[in-house]
Ligand binder design. Structure first.
Ligand code: IFM
Length: 442
């Protein structure tokens, strides 16, 4: 049986818009995902997060499930539009009350709360004035963070400022697959900078509030390898790495953007909104880095690609049912690389998981051997890294519940707990039972 360091956190993760539902309840304002999910053709099957897992109304039942699985930690996000329905101005106390109940419920069950402050649900009223492409949004974010910190100051074990700013910036503003659905490199780079500035200002706000928990940031990091050793493929790989990894790691841990990428982007977009002076704020010392791992890319040069001059090779098996290659070695590369290159910052794997076509058998069970194997192989890598001295302190399976998978709607099941979206019934999958045994064996 795999062994982990003393105090290692075994957790599961979720995000507000993906599970809560209750979209119009208790004064919640609209978010960019409420808007985006209503644009025809944007979301598989026209799904929305209006009801999702109805977690808002089933909080106690879901917290009991966490106890049943035996996790020591739970990562969730706070919906900004529940607390500031207009993005700023007056606080909606009922929104704060929900998260107070959540953290109290976790404490009663001896489960450590890891709270993410931004998991993509920007208040629509801030989007109406430019969203993350507007520098002001970073300051509004810091105000929201201060309000949450004031209310949950000593209740949170780990504070995560942002979840996967690369996705918010590049999937939301360049690829247009996520809210707000823009398709401009300049918008993506400006949004990325303001997200990073918001992160830095949030760290300041949390330190000023004297919160008792650790403070960190979650990045989705990809393992990138060149298709061949040719100079062109190596350079293309460096650019994909520059975009997906170094564009975020370097400002946060070194206080500067990677020079090769600045030179590359400066020829393609206006970089003047990326104020040099912000980097000192962005690089505020952190207590940990959260790593979300899903992807390994094999990259080749592609001169016709205007943005990075690169293309990712079509994924090869083994694949998840979402078509994502299953490559535990990629997680190992990332943990070792980050630990070696960036000041040996403590690490948590804040997300890792896979979508498979799960279903209820006539006997009423959900058997997901592929997910059990996926989790087993990724946990093994984490255990090995830890035993080799990488300071990795926890692992949060994505996800606790099947949920609203953004542009894919409800068609991708990532949960270790099955959710029947007709009845909202929850059923532990075999992966949840496997996880329970792993945790119990420690
Ligand atoms: O569901 C998402 C989550 O919101 C962010 N990280 C990746 C997950 C799976 O795609």
């Amino acid at each position: 049986m795999m062994k982990f360091p003393e105090g290692f956190l075994f957790g599961v993760a979720t995000a507000a818009y993906q599970i809560e539902g209750a979209a119009d309840e208790d004064g919640r304002g609209r978010s960019i995902w409420d808007t985006f999910s209503r644009i025809p053709g944007k979301i598989h099957h026209g799904d929305t997060g209006d009801i999702a897992c109805d977690h808002y109304h089933r909080l106690d039942e879901d917290l009991d499930l966490l106890t049943d699985i035996g996790v020591g930690a739970y990562r969730f996000s706070v919906a900004w539009p529940r607390i500031f329905p207009e993005g700023c101005g007056a606080v909606n106390q009922k929104g704060l009350d929900f998260y107070k109940r959540l953290v109290d419920g976790l404490r009663e069950r001896s489960i450590k709360p890891m709270l993410t402050l931004y998991h993509w649900d920007l208040p629509q009223m801030l989007q109406d004035v430019g969203g993350w492409t507007n520098r002001d949004t970073a300051f509004r974010f810091a105000e929201f963070v201060a309000a949450v910190a004031e209310n949950l100051q000593d209740d949170v074990a780990q504070w995560v400022t942002l979840n996967e700013p690369w996705c918010s910036a590049f999937v939301g503003h360049l690829e247009g697959r996520h809210a707000p659905g823009e398709e401009s490199l300049a918008a993506a780079l400006h949004a990325a900078h303001h997200l990073l500035l918001g992160h830095g200002l949030a760290v300041q706000a949390l330190r000023a509030a004297n919160v008792s928990g650790e403070i960190g940031l979650t990045l989705n990091l990809s393992d990138v390898t060149p298709a061949t050793e040719s100079a062109a493929d190596l350079a293309a790989t460096a650019r994909i790495d520059g975009n997906e990894n170094r564009w975020f790691l370097e400002p946060v841990f070194r206080g500067s953007y990677p020079k090769d990428m600045v030179d590359w982007y400066a020829k393609r977009a206006d970089l003047s909104p990326l104020h040099e002076a912000d980097l000192a704020i962005i690089a505020a010392p952190l207590d940990f880095l959260g790593v979300n791992y899903y992807e390994q890319h094999v990259v080749r040069a592609e001169p016709s690609d205007q943005i990075h001059g690169a293309a990712k090779l079509a994924p090869t098996p083994p694949l998840t049912d979402a078509g994502v290659p299953i490559r535990p070695a990629g997680l190992e590369h990332i943990l070792r690389r980050v630990s070696a290159q960036y000041r040996r910052i403590p690490l948590y794997v804040t997300e890792n998981g896979a979508a498979f076509h799960d279903y209820i058998t006539p006997e009423g069970v959900v058997d997901d051997p592929e997910r059990v194997s996926y989790l087993e192989r990724h946990f093994a890598v984490v255990a090995e890294c830890a035993s080799d001295g990488v300071d990795v302190r926890g692992y949060f399976a994505w996800s606790f519940l099947d949920n609203f998978e953004w542009a894919e709607g409800y068609s991708r099941r990532f949960g270790i707990v099955f959710v029947d979206f007709g009845t909202e019934q929850r059923i532990l999958k075999s992966s949840a039972r496997w996880y329970r045994q792993l945790i119990a064996a420690q």
